[in-house]
Design a protein around this ligand. Structure first.
Ligand SMILES: Cc1cc2nc3c(=O)[nH]c(=O)nc-3n(C[C@H](O)[C@H](O)[C@H](O)COP(=O)(O)O)c2cc1C
Length: 227
């Protein structure tokens, strides 16, 4: 079966975590002879082509990062240009599934976005195929290639499972997305290790070209101050 994958991140392909995840997912999905066609909404000049692909495919996966607890603006803009799909009598509805990933680790952070995505297929006369969710993805494109490949390797397996099931099974998704919330023990440990964590990030971001302090608030003086 052919799967149309649309990377809905505004980040250019070379810098997009979603792109790395989608490639891993596609590797799994195509293992048994299925095929994929991948597009990126960040390539604005290709939107006409992507729209045509949307209308022509019956099996579609929209992959997106969580941005400020929401779907990326570029995705919303694209969705607004689509009309509900028309299907002739007896023809099954298009299956529209989602892959939602974010920077924070707890799956609970992604649930609000998941609830929103559940509604989109209905607006487009499609059938909902479920949403695969996963946190802790912030760092992928900053890692060396071997480490980033290792980090996204679980998506290969999920691609294989999706090829068999044809949709995302809620129970399997929840297992994959865990932890839903950090345990109290983990939070305590994290708090104790916080100074080490801060040191790690200070070194890490300096290496990535950050010139100032991580706690700098350059726009604070422009904010309205209450007396
Ligand atoms: C402006 C901005 C807002 C973000 N907001 C959230 C958020 O609310 N929750 C979260 O878990 N991750 C958030 N992230 C992290 C991204 O979801 C994460 O880094 C993702 O892997 C980026 O994928 P991309 O490189 O394909 O765009 C945010 C990142 C940016 C740049």
């Amino acid at each position: 079966m052919n799967l149309l994958i649309i990377n809905c991140s505004p980040r250019v392909k070379a810098k997009s975590n979603t792109n790395i995840i989608v490639r891993a997912f596609a590797d799994g999905y195509t293992k048994q002879g299925n095929t994929v066609e991948i597009y990126n909404l960040s390539e604005l000049g290709k939107w006409d082509e992507i729209r045509v692909a949307f209308y022509n495919h019956e099996n579609i996966l929209m992959a997106l990062p969580l941005f400020v607890e929401s779907i990326p603006g570029i995705m919303l803009e694209f969705l607004e240009t689509l009309s509900p799909k028309s299907n002739s009598e007896g023809q099954p509805k298009t299956k529209l599934s989602f892959l939602l990933q974010g920077g924070f680790s707890e799956a609970s952070q992604l649930r609000c976005g998941e609830r929103y995505l559940e509604q989109i297929p209905g607006f487009l006369n499609c059938e909902y195929g479920g949403t695969l969710i996963k946190g802790s993805m912030f760092i992928i494109h900053m890692l060396p290639e071997t480490s980033s490949k290792q980090m996204v390797s679980p998506f290969i397996e999920m691609g294989e499972v999706f090829a068999i099931d044809g949709k995302f099974d809620k129970e399997k998704v929840n297992k994959f997305a865990a932890p839903e919330y950090y345990s109290k023990r983990f939070i305590l440990l994290h708090t104790l290790l916080s100074p080490l964590n801060k040191l790690f990030f200070a070194i890490f971001f300096k290496k990535n070209g950050c010139l100032g302090s991580l706690t700098a608030q350059p726009y604070k003086k422009m904010c309205f101050q209450k007396d």
